[in-house]
Design a protein. Structure first.
Length: 278
């Protein structure tokens, strides 16, 4: 698994220095966050917020071609949580199913997961989710000149691509059981492989979450998002079950950035539009 350490902001450096003077974050791995109202937080490694994610899932998390750093919307949110705690964030790339199963949090691989992860009842049974931070409907991506405008247009021999272990894959599976002439489902390990399959003509359309597909359509002008399917999905960060202290701090950070405009700035930075401009 790959690990990348994020550079501390000036705010985080000051908070970290104050923390050192107060001897917090020493063996025992418990420290007091910068916010006076927040509870003490227990960490896997003192001085570091370990954040699990799964690469690549642009624009939420991906490797920057120039720097080799892991960057993205989720990474910036994790940085803000780390800043509040006076820590540096270290992003750890792990298999997505190790996050959704809760394994990566329970075994001490990470403290928190920001992974473009949809909140589901099944996942909530093994993880503690924070407040939702992104609305994520399913969307259908096809060639720009394709006449496909929905899943029904793929009935009777159409080929639908999905990414494995995702809610898009789950949705396609349910759809197939409800329709005798549903399209054949082709599964790919990650989003780039799914996009490549579409552009190579292996599939007729790709079903995945709206945010990444809109970005793909802007990057590859020979494709377009044909329709959004209102599934009411929302992304949430997660911690191991019972880690209420870290959950509280991260929830406070997300509430603050929604109020002060930083959330909208990050949304514009990574998606090119504000949340109300989809």
């Amino acid at each position: 698994m790959a690990e990348h350490t994020r550079r501390l902001s000036t705010t985080a450096l000051v908070a970290s220095s104050l923390c050192a003077l107060a001897a917090c974050g020493q063996p025992g791995h418990t420290l007091d966050p910068a916010a006076p109202s927040s509870p003490a937080v227990t960490l896997v490694d003192a001085g570091t917020l370990l954040t699990c994610t799964h690469l690549p899932y642009e624009p939420f998390q991906h490797l920057d071609d120039d720097t080799g750093d892991i960057v993205g919307f989720d990474v910036d949110l994790g940085d803000l949580v780390a800043d509040r705690l006076g820590l540096e964030q270290r992003v750890v790339d792990v298999p997505f199913d190790s996050i959704t199963s809760g394994t990566a949090l329970e075994d001490g691989t990470c403290d928190i997961a920001f992974a473009g992860m949809t909140i589901t009842d099944e996942r909530a049974g093994v993880l503690d989710f924070g407040v939702p931070y992104f609305n994520a409907n399913q969307a259908l991506l096809a060639d720009w000149d394709s006449t496909v405008s929905g899943l029904a247009d793929l009935h009777g021999g159409g080929r639908l691509g999905v990414q494995e272990n995702t809610t898009g894959s789950d949705y396609a599976g349910r759809y197939a059981t409800e329709h005798d002439d549903a399209p054949a489902i082709h599964t790919y390990p990650d989003l780039p492989a799914l996009a490549h399959a579409l552009r190579a003509g292996e599939i007729d359309a790709a079903l995945a979450d709206n945010g990444p597909l809109y970005l793909l359509a802007r990057s590859h002008r020979d494709t377009s998002v044909k329709v959004e399917i209102d599934t009411g999905e929302q992304y949430g960060f997660a911690v191991r079950r019972g880690n209420t202290e870290l959950l509280t701090v991260a929830n406070e950070v997300l509430a603050e950035i929604r109020q002060d405009g930083r959330y909208e700035e990050l949304h514009r930075k990574w998606f090119g539009v504000t949340p109300n401009q989809w």
